[in-house]
Design a protein around this ligand. Structure first.
Ligand SMILES: NCCC[C@H](NC(=O)CCC(=O)O)C(=O)O
Length: 444
C-alpha cells in the first residue's frame, strides 16, 4: 500500500490583520497596527498550497474560523445587536475586540497534533486540537477547529478525534508546531518527537525569563497518552529557554523534521546529545541530524528569515525539497546557507521559495500554514475529497477570495459591522464549496 504525507493548509480568513497580539512573537509585535491585505494573504496561501499539489503532493485546505467572534464577545459581557457588540467592544476594550477578530486559525500547524495510524495502538489516525491557552485570541479556536477537522476527516473507521486538553496553563498545547515525526518511511511506525518549552509542575526546571513558553511537558505527555503511543516511540525534548527569549515562540521556528531528517539549529534544544541518542535508539534506523551552527546562521537571522519554518517534503521521486519563504532568499546569510545545504549530501536536494509575506508579518511561515497528516491510500480516500487541492478547487477558491475579501484592513476597520456580514457570507459559501456542513455557530 502507498503512503503519503498530506499537507492541509489553513485558508486565510477575511479578517487577516496586524494587531500585535502575540507577546514573544517578534514579527507580530513589530508589525502591529500596520494595514494588512487579506486578499493578498489568502492568495499567497493558495498559491503555495497549489504549488505543492503541482509537485505531486497530497494537499488539502482547512476552512478558517468565524471572525469577528461575536459569541466570545458576548461571553465577555458585550450585548445588544451584533453591531452594538462591536461598537461597545471597540470603545471599552479594543484589545478584546482585536483578539476576537484575529484570523490566526490560518496557522494550522497550531490547529492540532496528529499521530498517523502506523504509530497508534488502535491503528487509527488521531487528532487532538490544540487548546492554545497562552494567547487569548488563539484560545477561542479549538472547538471550531475540532468541528472543521471532524468535517474534513469524518470517517470514524480511520480517524479518531479527541477533545482539546483542559484549558489551563499547566496544559498549554500548541499542536503540531511543537511536534515532529521521524520515520524511515511514512507507512512505518516512527518516533514522535514532542518539544516542550517548560514543565508546568516542576518549579525548579529551566524556563524562559522574558517570553512565555507556550507548550508544557504535561500537555505533550497527555497528547501522547490520548493518541495511544507507546513510550518506546516517543521522545520528549525541551526547547532551549534562551532561544524562546530571543523570539523562538514555537519549536517550528528553530527545527523541522521529515522522515529520517531532523534539520535544526545548534541552540534549539536542551540536552541535545543525550536526546539525539534516545531518538537513534528508538528509531532503530539511520537519522540525518542536519545541524546549522550559530556562525552559519544566527538566532536573529533564523527568527527573521524563518529558515526552520520551512517545509521539508519528500517529492514523488524520493528526493527531499525545502519549501522556504522568499524572506530566506532575501537574507544573505540564510540564502548562502541554503545554497550550500543542497550540495552537502543530505537527503535535501532542492530549495523552492514562495512569497507568504502577509503571513510572515504576523510570524507565520510556510510550515505554520500547514498541518501534516501522514496517511495510507485508504485513509486519503476517506478524507473529504472536496477539501483536496486541484486545478478546479484552486480556481474556485481564488474566485471566492476575489469576491469576498478586502484589499486592505486596519485594526480600526475591525469595528465595522459590515465585516461581520462579509465574513459570514464568505464562510457560508465556503462550507458549500468544501462540503463541510454547518461547522460555524452562525450556521446552527
Ligand atoms: N505558527 C505561527 C503562529 C503565529 C501566530 N501569530 C499571531 O497570532 C499574530 C496575530 C496578531 O498579532 O495580529 C502566533 O503567535 O500564534
Amino acid at each position: 500500500m502507498k503512503h503519503f504525507e498530506a499537507n492541509f493548509d489553513g485558508l486565510v480568513g477575511p479578517t487577516h490583520n496586524y494587531a500585535g497580539l502575540s507577546f514573544g512573537n517578534v514579527a507580530s509585535y513589530s508589525n502591529a497596527a500596520q494595514a494588512s491585505n487579506p486578499k493578498a494573504a489568502a492568495k499567497q496561501g493558495l498559491a503555495k498550497a497549489k504549488a505543492l499539489a503541482d509537485l505531486g503532493m497530497v494537499q488539502g485546505v482547512l476552512a478558517p474560523q468565524e471572525r469577528p467572534d461575536l459569541y466570545s464577545l458576548r461571553r465577555m459581557g458585550f450585548s445588544g445587536s451584533d453591531a452594538e457588540v462591536l461598537t461597545q467592544a471597540a470603545k471599552q476594550a479594543p484589545m478584546l475586540l482585536n483578539a476576537c477578530c484575529s484570523a490566526s486559525s490560518m496557522w494550522t500547524a497550531n490547529a492540532a497534533t496528529v499521530s498517523p495510524s502506523a504509530d497508534t495502538r488502535n491503528g487509527k489516525v488521531h487528532f487532538t486540537p490544540a487548546n492554545l491557552v497562552d494567547k487569548l485570541h488563539r484560545s477561542i479556536e479549538p472547538t471550531t477547529t475540532g468541528n472543521i477537522l471532524k468535517a474534513t476527516f469524518s470517517d470514524e473507521k480511520h480517524f479518531q478525534h479527541h477533545q482539546h486538553l483542559p484549558e489551563h496553563a499547566s496544559f498549554g498545547d500548541e499542536g503540531a508546531a511543537n511536534h515532529t515525526r521521524l520515520c524511515s518511511d511514512y507507512g512505518h511506525a516512527g518516533v514522535e518527537l514532542f518539544v516542550y518549552g517548560q514543565q508546568a509542575m516542576n518549579p525548579n526546571a529551566p524556563k524562559p525569563k522574558k517570553f512565555p513558553a507556550r507548550q508544557t511537558l504535561e500537555a505533550s505527555q497527555a497528547v501522547a497518552r490520548l493518541h495511544q503511543l507507546d513510550d518506546e516511540s516517543c521522545v520528549f525534548m525541551q526547547q532551549n529557554p534562551d532561544v524562546i527569549d530571543q523570539g523562538v515562540f514555537h519549536n517550528d521556528v528553530i527545527s523541522v523534521g521529515n522522515q529520517n531528517v531532523l534539520f535544526y539549529h545548534e541552540q534549539a534544544f536542551v540536552d541535545t546529545a543525550a536526546k539525539f541518542d534516545e531518538i537513534r535508539r528508538k528509531m532503530n534506523a539511520d537519522v540525518h541530524f542536519v545541524k546549522v551552527a550559530t556562525e552559519q546562521v544566527s538566532i536573529q537571522d533564523a527568527v527573521k528569515s524563518y529558515l526552520f519554518n520551512t517545509q521539508i517534503i519528500t517529492l514523488p521521486n524520493g528526493e527531499m525539497a525545502i519549501i522556504a519563504p522568499t524572506d530566506c532568499e532575501e537574507n544573505p546569510a540564510v540564502h548562502a546557507y541554503l545554497n550550500e545545504l543542497v550540495t552537502l549530501g543530505t537527503p535535501i536536494k532542492q530549495v523552492r521559495y514562495y512569497d507568504v509575506k502577509q503571513s510572515m508579518q504576523n510570524g507565520g511561515g510556510p510550515a505554520c500554514l500547514r498541518l501534516r497528516v501522514a496517511m495510507n491510500e485508504q485513509e486519503v480516500a476517506a478524507v473529504n475529497q472536496h477539501t483536496l487541492m486541484n486545478d478546479a478547487l484552486f480556481t474556485r477558491l481564488n474566485t471566492w477570495v476575489d469576491k469576498h475579501y478586502r484589499d486592505t484592513l486596519t485594526v480600526a476597520d475591525l469595528a465595522d459591522p459590515q465585516l461581520i456580514i462579509e465574513s459570514r457570507t464568505a464562510l457560508d459559501e465556503l462550507t458549500q464549496v468544501l462540503k463541510l456542513g454547518s461547522v460555524y455557530q452562525f450556521q446552527k
